[in-house]
Ligand binder design. Structure first.
Ligand code: FES
Length: 86
């Protein structure tokens, strides 16, 4: 699964030496026959790519700020992040 990376601010999660930006706060339901599964769109799931309910930590995010989460789901606002094309 390829996480979203768009121009809108929301939150970031660091799992490897790369930044991935997730902008959604809710899972995406997918129906396969009569079975329904929930795909994580927030990036915080511990069962990725499936939703584990951790998106609850994103509920109070300000849409105009960027966040980083630690392994205990404590978040901090990212004040600046400079990126440069290679
Ligand atoms: S959408 Fe990510 S844990 Fe639910």
């Amino acid at each position: 699964m390829c996480p979203q990376f768009d121009s809108g601010p929301r939150h970031l999660i660091l799992t490897m030496p790369r930044f991935v930006k997730f902008t959604q706060k809710e899972p995406m339901p997918i129906e396969i026959g009569e079975k329904k599964i929930w795909i994580c769109m927030c990036g915080l799931s511990d069962k990725f790519p499936y939703c584990s309910g951790k998106h609850k930590y994103t509920k109070d995010e300000d849409d105009n700020k960027n966040y980083i989460y630690d392994e205990n789901f404590n978040k901090k606002v990212i004040k600046s992040l400079e990126l440069e094309e290679e």
